[in-house]
Design a protein around this ligand. Sequence first.
Ligand code: DX5
Ligand code: ZN
Length: 220
Amino acid sequence: MKPLLAPSILSANYAHLEEDVKAAERGGADYFHLDIMDSHFVPNITFGPWIAKTMKSITDVPLDAHLMITKPREYIPQFLDSGVELIYPHIEASYDVFRTVQLIKDLGGKAGITLNPATPVSTVFPLLDLLDSVMLMNVCPGFGGQSFIPSSMARITELRQLLDDHKPSVRVAIDGGVNMDNIAELHKAGVDFFIAGSAVFKSDNIEETVRKFKEILNNA
Ligand code: DX5
Ligand code: ZN
C-alpha cells in the first residue's frame, strides 16, 4: 500500500493557517489530520466541524478527523457533511462502538478506529469488516509534541499481522511522536498512514519537511 502522510494542523500557526497548509500541500501532504478534542475524553479543547469547512475552502487535499470526544455519533454527520473523508473515533469512547463505525459507513464515509496506548490491539477484531484503517496512538492523546511510547513498535507489528491474517486491505495509521528519525522504522514495522504534527508545522520549512518525509517513505 502506498504510504500516506497526514500533517496534523493541531501544531499549525492559526495566525497564518492557510500559508502553513499550502506549504504542506506543496510538499506533498496526502491528507490533513484534524484533532477534535472536547475536554472530556482528553484534557484539552480544539475545534468542531467548522474547521473542516475552513480547510475545504483552503485545500483540496482530503481530510481525516480524529475524534477525541465522548459522543462521536452526535458529530459524525456534521463532519462528513463538512467534507471530511475519513473518520477516526476512539474505541474507548463508547461501549457500543460498532454502532459508531456503522454510522460512518452508512453515511458514506471511510471508517477508521483509534486505540489508546493501553488498549489491546485485538479489540479491533469484531469491527474489521467495517474498517478502512486502524490508528494506534503512540502517546496519550490530548496534546501535540509528546514523545513516543516505545511499546508502540510491538503493537504495530501485532496489528499488521492481525490485519494480514484477516483483512489485508486495512491500513495501519500511527499518531503521536512521529518524526524524521523514526518514520522509516515505523514504515518497516508496517505503518502506511502517518500523522505528524509538530515535526511538520513547528519545523523551519514546512514544505521541505513534508517533502523529506515523503522521500523517506517513497524510498523505503
Ligand atoms: C495528539 C493528537 C495528534 C497530534 C500529534 O492527541 O492526536 O494528532 O497532533 O502531534 P505530534 O506529531 O506533535 O506528536
Ligand atoms: Zn490525532
